[in-house]
Ligand binder design. Structure first.
Ligand SMILES: Nc1nc2c(c(=O)[nH]1)N[C@H]1C(S)=C(S)[C@@H](COP(=O)(O)O)O[C@H]1N2
Ligand SMILES: [Mo]
Length: 369
């Protein structure tokens, strides 16, 4: 086990929680105290005045250690508004609709849409003088060695170097115009718009340019869409190395209002008000269309999209008024499409870890009166 430094011992289990989806969609920018928390280990309490980020690796001619103050003053501070989503978001729908899976029972709210600010990763790498011949062969590995995790002694993940040179990839020092909250990675975390949350390493202390992906458990043995033949942990063993690590988020949308099991009055026009969020696929945003069906997919109504032009990486909040007939056991579907032409499928393929579920948004067991 790694040495226990700065551990908050009062947190016995890693902190994992999500807000109710109806509350989450009440604001375009998610307030930090409403945002979900996902942790594979205890939360470290770090001091910004003694924390350093070390940059090293293959082709790094000038390995450097930067303090938080240096990250703030040596580089232009760049702001980005983007969605952050756990790869396990909507696992509950996969396990209830398709088949049992392994993992935290996330519903639809393991996602947030926030404003992040800090130096661009490409500027920091530039200062460390990264000179490599075949850029496409390299990865950038991010690590937090502050606390041990449940399945590894540290937390880490990596992304291809070419993806990291995108000018919106930043080392965030601020979230929603305040220093990062402790839970969110204080004093620094990496923000990689369009990529699953698992790679957005919090409490970041090392950035390494290397030819291989991160060797960390959470890059190698988790956060992969295993093939359906991997039906249990023993069978999964032969597939981990052959299956790519998840990177880009998938196009998705969910129905937040109404919620499963509710009773709804039709309005005078025979319509039901439906609300939710939609997130684009990886680099293909923004969301350009959300359609909603109250009759099992026979007819679809276009939703009104809020804040569609805010950022290609952001979510959109949407509202639709959908015709429905009275009765019980009614369902509502939502289906999003992004600028890159990706449209949500009706369901997605089952996988053991229940990651990457992006079938139609769904509210079920509704009674319409
Ligand atoms: N150091 C560290 N970084 C981490 C994690 C972690 O457990 N430890 N969890 C990852 C996962 S799986 C997700 S989904 C996001 C969650 O970020 P949040 O807790 O700010 O919501 O952080 C990522 N970064
Ligand atoms: Mo995650």
């Amino acid at each position: 086990m790694a040495e226990l430094k700065n551990v908050e011992f009062s947190v016995q289990h890693p902190l994992n929680r999500e807000p109710p989806a109806e509350t989450l969609i009440s604001s375009f920018i998610t307030p930090s105290d409403l945002a979900y928390d996902r942790n594979h280990g205890p939360i470290p309490y770090l001091s910004a005045s003694s924390h350093y980020v070390h940059i090293d690796g293959d082709g790094v001619r000038n390995p450097i250690s930067l303090s938080i103050q240096e990250l703030q003053t040596y580089f232009e501070q760049h702001e980005v508004i983007c969605a952050l989503q756990c790869a396990g978001n909507r696992r509950h729908t996969m396990r209830t609709l398709l088949k049992e899976v392994q993992g935290i029972d996330w519903k639809d709210a393991a996602v947030m849409n926030c404003q992040w600010k800090g130096p661009r990763l490409c500027d920091v790498l530039h200062r460390a003088r990264v000179v490599v011949r075949e850029r496409e062969k390299y990865h950038v590995a991010f690590a937090c060695e502050q606390v041990p995790c449940q399945d590894d002694e540290w937390y880490g993940g990596s992304v291809k170097l070419i993806r990291c040179l995108d000018s919106d990839v930043i080392l965030a020092l601020e979230m929603n115009h305040h220093p990062l909250p402790i839970n969110k990675g204080y004093p620094v975390r990496v923000v990689i718009p369009g990529v699953v949350g698992a790679r957005w390493v919090k409490w970041l202390d090392r950035i390494t340019v290397q030819k291989e992906e991160s060797p960390n458990f959470y890059q190698q043995r988790d956060y992969k869409i295993l093939p359906p033949e991997a039906t249990d942990a023993a069978k999964a063993a032969e597939f981990w190395d052959k299956t790519p690590a998840m990177m880009e988020t998938l196009i998705n949308s969910i129905v937040a209002v109404p919620q499963d099991g509710q009773t709804i009055h039709l309005d005078e026009d025979g319509l039901v008000e439906v609300k939710g969020y939609a997130v684009p696929q990886g680099y293909c945003g923004p969301i350009v269309r959300v359609e909603v069906s109250g009759d099992g997919g026979r007819t679809w109504t276009d939703a009104w999209l809020e804040n569609r032009r805010a950022s290609k990486w952001a979510w959109v909040l949407w509202t639709a008024r959908v015709p429905m007939s009275r009765g019980t056991q009614k369902q509502i579907f939502s289906r999003a499409t992004d600028y890159g032409g990706n449209t949500q499928p009706e369901t997605s393929q089952w996988n053991l870890r229940g990651v990457g579920y992006n079938g139609y948004g769904l509210a079920k067991n509704l009674t319409i009166i």
